[in-house]
Ligand binder design. Structure first.
Ligand SMILES: Cc1cc2nc3c(=O)[nH]c(=O)nc-3n(C[C@H](O)[C@H](O)[C@H](O)COP(=O)(O)OP(=O)(O)OC[C@H]3O[C@@H](n4cnc5c(N)ncnc54)[C@H](O)[C@@H]3O)c2cc1C
Length: 381
C-alpha cells in the first residue's frame, strides 16, 4: 500500500459481531439496570484477541489502527454503550502504552490479560484535561502522585490507569504515567451511579502519596500534551464518534420497528402510516448516515495524510455527539409514551448518548477549537 492510499481492506468484524450477539447484547439491559461492569464481555474480547486490537503484532497484537478501533466501538455501542465506552477507553490508553510503555504490559494487553483506561480529567481543571493540576514529586527511588481525578471509566476494574500530572521537573503542562490500579495510595471515594453509561464504573479516583517507579513515565517529562493530542486524541475522537453512531443506529432501528408494529386499532393504521412519524424517522436516518460518512472521510483524511485531517478529527466527535442526542430524542418522540418505559429499549440509548457531548473534549470546547481552526487562529492560546 502506498502512503497516500486509504486503507481499503475492511477489518473483519465477524469475531466482534459474534461476541456482540452472544455476550454483549444479552447483558446490556442488566448492565444498565444494575450499573454492572461488563466483565464477561471484556473476557470474551480478551480471548478473541480484541483487547490487543491496536497492539503491534510484534507483541502479539492485531496491529490495527483508527479505522478498526472506530468500527469495533460502533458495533459494540449498537448493543451496549457502557461496554463500548469501556473498550474505547481501553484502546485510548493502550495506544499510549504501545507507544511508550513497558513490553511486559504491551504483551499482557495483546494477550487479553490487561485492561487499561485514561485518568486525565481532574476536579481542579475539570474537562480541560490538557492542564492537570495534580502533582508528581520525587519520592526515594520513585515518583509520588497526588491527585483528585474526577472521572475514570473502569475505575477499580482496569488493571492500569494512563494518568496525567504536572511535570516532575521539566517545563510543559503535563507528564503521563502508567499507574497500576492496585497501587497503594489510590482510593475510589464514591461508586458510579450515572444517568447513562451506567456499567462504566466511571468513578472519581484519588491519589494520596501513590508511588510509582520513575520508569512508569509514558513519554518524556513535560511532554504529556503531545501524548494527549498526538497519540490519544485522534483515537478517542474517532471512537467516540463511532460510539455515537452505534447508539444512533440502535435507536433508529428500534424506533422503526416500534412504529411499524404499533397499531391504532380503531383506524386500522400503524404509527408508520403517519407522515409526521416517517419524517422524523427520515431525519434520524439522515443524521446517522451523515455522521457515518463524516467518520469515513475523517479516517481517509488521517490515513492519507490529508491537510484537513486534524480538522476532520476535531469535527467527528462534535458532529456525532450532538447528532446522537438529537436522534435519540427523536426516537423517544416517535415511540411516544411507550418509549418512556424500558421495553421499547430507546430510553437507554437516549440516556447513554448524552455522555458523548460532555466527555472531554466536550462539544463546546470542540466548537471553540474548530472555530479557531476555521479562522486561522492557534488552537491553544
Ligand atoms: C460517563 C463518563 C465517563 C468518563 N470517563 C472518563 C475517563 O475515563 N477518563 C477521563 O479522564 N475522563 C472521563 N470523563 C470525564 C470527561 O472527559 C469530562 O472531563 C467531564 O465529563 C467534564 O465534566 P465537568 O463537570 O468537569 O465539566 P466542566 O469542565 O465543568 O464543563 C461544564 C460545561 O462548560 C463547558 N465548557 C468548559 N470549558 C469550555 C470552554 N473552554 N469553552 C466553552 N465551553 C466550555 C463544557 O462544554 C460543559 O458544557 C468521563 C465523563 C463521563 C460523563
Amino acid at each position: 500500500m502506498s502512503e497516500v492510499e486509504p486503507r481499503t481492506k475492511a477489518f473483519d468484524l465477524r469475531a466482534v459481531d459474534e461476541i456482540v450477539v452472544e455476550t454483549v447484547a444479552p447483558a446490556a439491559e442488566r448492565i444498565d439496570r444494575m450499573g454492572a461492569f461488563p466483565r464477561e464481555a471484556l473476557t470474551a474480547f480478551g480471548r478473541a484477541g480484541l483487547l490487543g486490537l491496536v497492539s503491534s503484532p510484534d507483541v502479539g497484537g492485531l496491529g490495527e489502527s483508527h479505522r478498526a478501533a472506530t468500527l469495533v466501538v460502533e458495533r459494540v455501542a449498537s448493543a451496549c454503550a457502557s461496554t463500548a465506552m469501556v473498550l474505547c477507553m481501553h484502546y485510548s490508553g493502550a495506544v499510549v502504552i504501545e507507544a511508550h510503555g513497558p513490553r511486559a504490559v504491551r504483551e499482557a494487553i495483546a494477550r487479553g490479560e490487561h485492561v487499561t483506561t485514561l485518568a486525565f480529567s481532574e476536579k481542579g481543571s475539570r474537562s480541560h484535561f490538557w492542564a492537570p493540576v495534580s502533582t508528581a514529586t520525587p519520592a526515594g527511588g520513585g515518583v509520588r502522585l497526588d491527585a483528585q481525578k474526577s472521572w475514570v471509566t473502569s475505575a477499580g476494574q482496569a488493571d492500569s490507569y494512563v494518568w496525567s500530572s504536572r511535570p516532575l521537573a521539566a517545563e510543559g503542562q503535563s507528564t503521563v504515567w502508567l499507574v497500576p490500579s492496585g497501587a497503594a495510595g489510590l482510593t475510589i471515594p464514591a461508586p458510579f451511579d450515572g444517568l447513562g453509561l451506567r456499567g462504566n464504573s466511571s468513578s472519581p479516583v484519588t491519589a494520596e502519596g501513590a508511588v510509582v517507579p520513575g520508569e512508569n513515565m509514558l513519554g518524556a517529562d513535560g511532554d504529556g500534551f503531545n501524548v494527549m493530542m498526538g497519540v490519544v486524541l485522534p483515537y478517542f475522537q474517532l471512537m467516540s464518534a463511532g460510539f455515537s453512531v452505534g447508539t444512533m443506529e440502535a435507536a433508529t432501528t428500534k424506533a422503526a420497528a416500534h412504529v411499524g408494529g404499533t397499531k391504532f386499532e380503531h383506524l386500522g393504521q400503524s404509527l408508520a402510516d403517519l407522515p409526521t412519524v416517517r419524517a422524523y424517522l427520515s431525519r434520524m436516518r439522515i443524521k446517522t448516515d451523515m455522521c457515518r460518512a463524516l467518520i469515513g472521510d475523517a479516517l481517509t483524511a488521517l490515513e492519507t495524510g490529508r491537510d484537513d485531517a486534524m480538522l476532520r478529527v476535531l469535527e467527528v466527535k462534535a458532529a456525532a455527539g450532538e447528532a446522537s442526542t438529537e436522534v435519540t430524542d427523536l426516537a423517544m418522540r416517535v415511540c411516544g409514551g411507550a418509549a418512556f418505559r424500558k421495553e421499547v429499549g430507546v430510553e437507554r440509548h437516549f440516556r447513554d448518548a448524552r455522555a458523548a457531548t460532555v466527555m472531554a473534549p466536550t462539544t463546546d470546547v470542540l466548537y471553540d477549537f474548530i472555530g479557531k481552526a476555521v479562522c486561522g487562529l492557534p488552537l491553544f492560546g
